[in-house]
Each structure stands twice: as C-alpha cells, then as structure tokens.
Design a protein around this ligand. Structure first.
Ligand SMILES: Nc1nc2c(ncn2[C@@H]2O[C@H](COP(=O)(O)OP(=O)(O)OP(=O)(O)O)[C@@H](O)[C@H]2O)c(=O)[nH]1
Ligand SMILES: [Mg+2]
Length: 218
C-alpha cells in the first residue's frame, strides 16, 4: 500500500512573471539568471517530497508528495490551462512587482479558478522582489503597491507571499505554507473516522491521489 499522498499545485500568471524560476528555485535551489529567459511551452511538471505528513490508518504517517504544474503564461496557451488547474488543491497566482499588467492579469486567473475549481486554495505570489529592494529601486521600479495586493487577497480569502527566485527569499516559506494548509484542511484527502469501541478518532486517507502523475521527482 502506498505510503504517500499526492497533492496537486498549479502556477498561473502572465508570461515572464517568473513562474518557472520560482519552481526552479523551489525544486533545484537555483536561479538560471535574468538573461536566460526561456518561455514555457504548454506546461511543465515537477514533484517534490515535502516536510510534513498526514496520519493514515493505524497511525501510519503518509508523506506529502507535491506535484507542481508550471503553466505557460502566454495567452496563446491560455485555453490549455484548464487541464492543469483541474483538481488542483492549491494555485499560486503570480505577478511581477515591476509589471503592472501582470497584476491586472491576476483577476482573470482568480475568476477562472473560482468558476471551475471552487475548493482550490489561492496563494498570490508577488515575484522578483529583489528588483525593488532598497529605497531607490523601490521608487523607480515597483509598479504594484503591496497594499493593493493585500486588499485583493482579503477580498478573495487568499494568502500573499513576496518572493525572489534570485535570492530565494520567501520561496520555501510559500510552498511550506501550502503544505501546512493542506494538512490542516480536513477536506483534503482524509476524513475523520471512528475506530474501535472506544471511539478512537483518527484521520483516514482517501485512496485517490490527485497528483498530476509523471514527471521528475526529487
Ligand atoms: N531579478 C529577478 N529576475 C527574475 C526572478 N524570477 C524570474 N526572473 C527573470 O524573469 C524572466 C522570466 O522568468 P520565467 O520564470 O521564465 O517566467 P515565466 O512566468 O515562467 O514565463 P512563461 O513561461 O513565459 O509564462 C527570466 O529572465 C528570469 O530570469 C526574480 O526573482 N528576480
Ligand atoms: Mg515559464
């Protein structure tokens, strides 16, 4: 019997906003460099074993395997995105703090998710914060006020993270928070059940994993 549970996470956001770099930093702990842009075609999948587990029958811990779908931001591929966010337990909707258009685009993805995946938890990720570090850079380059994002997040019940794939700031924290929320949410992949006459209450894992399948695992 499997001793892990799959969770599906999808990354959405305008092209060039930093989704692939975020996954690369999270999975491989590296940043390819600002001059190495290679747009994603369709989508890419990667998986990683996460810290934390769910308690299964007999009290056996089941490790969480996070499968991340990194989608293409180009509008050319928009129609395909539904395939990748279907069944996702969490969506990281990204925008680039130096690109106002990418912030405007958040609404589109949030509406899509709300329409088709009501139970998918939304995390708003403000990327490239290294580019606005320091007073001068902040004034010159930041195009989206942090409070606009927190207001939007409050409105839709989302969580906000600011990240830099260049320095690694906020990246592990974002993905660990996703897992922690997943474990804490009784709707996800396990339910309470009563065992034994004493009514010993434990968590029971659902059989069905919802991972995206395939791909590299670290
Ligand atoms: N300084 C800085 N540059 C970044 C950061 N994240 C991404 N970039 C750069 O931004 C550009 C776009 O990054 P990608 O991660 O490829 O963007 P994407 O959202 O995957 O783009 P699509 O695949 O086209 O949707 C690349 O040149 C990256 O090097 C960051 O945190 N800091
Ligand atoms: Mg990409």
């Amino acid at each position: 019997m499997s001793n892990h549970v799959d969770m599906k996470v999808v990354l959405l956001g305008k092209e060039f906003c930093g989704k692939t770099s975020l996954v690369e930093r999270f999975i491989n702990h590296r940043f390819s460099g600002e001059n190495r842009y290679q747009n994603t075609i369709g989508a890419a999948y990667m998986a990683k074993k996460m810290d934390g587990s769910l308690v299964g029958p007999g009290g056996r811990p089941h490790q969480i395997m996070m499968g991340v779908w990194d989608t293409a931001g180009s509008e050319r591929y928009q129609a395909m995105s539904k395939m990748y966010y279907r069944g996702a337990r969490a969506a990281v909707v990204c925008y680039d703090v130096t690109d106002e258009d990418s912030w405007e685009r958040l609404r589109f993805w949030i509406d899509e998710l709300r329409k088709f995946e009501e139970d998918c938890k939304i995390y708003i990720c403000a990327t490239k914060v290294d580019l606005v570090a320091g007073e001068v850079a902040r004034k010159r380059r930041r195009k989206v006020d942090y409070h606009n994002t927190t207001d939007l997040a409050d409105e839709i019940g989302a969580v906000v993270f600011e990240t830099s794939s260049k320095t690694g700031d906020g990246v592990d924290e974002l993905f660990q928070r996703i897992v922690d929320d997943y474990i804490d949410d009784p709707l996800n992949s396990y339910t309470e059940f009563e065992s034994g006459r004493g009514g010993d209450s434990r968590k029971k894992l659902h059989d069905a994993g919802d991972g995206g399948g395939g791909g590299a695992c670290c």
